[in-house]
Design a protein around this ligand. Structure first.
Ligand code: DP6
Length: 343
């Protein structure tokens, strides 16, 4: 079966198009969706199935309210161009733009016929592709907007399955607070979705240290594929990552911040070790990233309990509890502090 029809089959199973043919007929003039970005505390890096976007390991994340994507979608009518109209942050993208191409490829699964195109307006409140997980909030918001346009009334599980097909980490961006993306075992991918972890932790803080917001040199999709193919160390990753995921889930449930912080930092560094040991090497860090890591370690030596995590980019995300806010602010003048359970 071709990639396109394998994905199409998956989408049809999730939205129930096989049983109800009207599922791809817009039910209103436009659909809207909003989704937060999420930061993985134990990471997703590597696919066991690149067509259905199935991960080699599960992951856990925290969503950041206030940072995310707002998407509007409507059927494109009266257009001479036979393609979608995709705009990002107020700018209409041309057809060679990689973002527009990826969105259109995803939308191929939702066209009622080959003449139906969409007008998609995306506004991000995070820099696109700078390691702040904007593809995650982007695909989650797009799926919510489609759910609204077609009035599917899907449950969270189904929304997460569809978002996953757009971008793996998007499966976790449908929820506020903590969420867990189950790796799943089935070949059809219907058991690989995320759900919310029902723990409120009002003292939990995330600090964003923006080192560089330029487009990353290697996309996550390409980067993880290269790692899986060329990095011998990667063999150890899935088992370690699944262990970390369990430890972090328990630490969330028991509110054991020390265990959460240590495990999250170690998990991120282990993932970056596999990136560095990829060929050609993938080094997302900038000198300032390493400088900031040393600063975090120095703070810990001084008794300030702060940890960091990093994704496919040079920026650090600091993890700490409210009591450490003054010390963290003093050490990092430009830090943006978010309190995920207070917004
Ligand atoms: C390092 O979800 O962007 O941020 O599924 O190919 O779209 P695709 O990859 P993506 O990868 C995110 C990788 C990460 C870790 C994480 O968010 O878990």
């Amino acid at each position: 079966m071709s990639k396109q029809s394998q994905q199409q089959n998956f989408v049809h199973q999730v939205i129930g198009h096989n049983k109800q043919k009207h599922r791809l007929v817009p039910q209103k003039a436009q659909g809207t969706g909003h989704a937060p970005v999420n930061i993985a505390l134990s990471k997703y890096w590597g696919k066991r199935d690149a067509i259905l976007n199935l991960p080699t390991n599960g992951s856990v994340s925290i969503s950041l309210p206030g940072l995310g994507t707002e998407t509007q979608i409507k059927p494109l009518i009266d257009s001479n161009e036979r393609r979608d109209k995709v705009s990002l942050n107020g700018e209409i993208l041309d057809e060679n733009n990689p973002f527009a191409q990826r969105v259109s490829a995803f939308l191929n699964h939702f066209r009622k016929d080959k003449n139906s195109f969409f007008d998609v307006i995306t506004v991000n409140s995070v820099p696109t592709a700078a390691g702040l997980a904007s593809s995650a909030s982007g695909y989650a918001a797009l799926v919510l907007a489609l759910n609204d346009l077609f009035e599917w009334q899907l449950a969270d599980k189904e929304l997460s399955l569809l978002a996953r097909l757009g971008s793996g980490s998007a499966s976790r961006s449908l929820f506020s607070g903590f969420s867990v993306w189950h790796q799943g075992q089935q070949e059809d991918g219907l058991d690989s979705y995320a759900e919310a972890i029902d723990t409120q932790w009002p003292e939990f803080c995330v600090g964003l240290l923006e080192i560089d917001v330029k487009q990353k040199p290697v996309s996550s999709t390409q980067g993880m594929q290269n790692t899986v193919e060329t990095c011998a160390l990667y063999q150890a990753w899935p088992e370690q990552a699944n262990k970390d995921m369990q430890v972090i889930q328990n630490a969330i449930q028991t509110k054991n911040f020390t265990t959460l912080g240590k495990t999250a930092e170690h998990n991120a560094l282990t993932m970056h070790a596999t990136m560095i040991a990829t060929w050609p090497p993938i080094v997302y860090w900038q000198p300032e990233s390493v400088e900031a890591m040393h600063k975090v370690w120095q703070l810990r030596e001084q008794g300030v309990e702060v940890y960091f995590t990093m994704d496919a980019g040079p920026n650090l995300k600091l993890l700490f509890l409210e009591t450490e806010k003054p010390a963290v602010k003093q050490a990092f003048a430009d830090i943006k502090i978010l309190e995920p359970f207070k917004q």
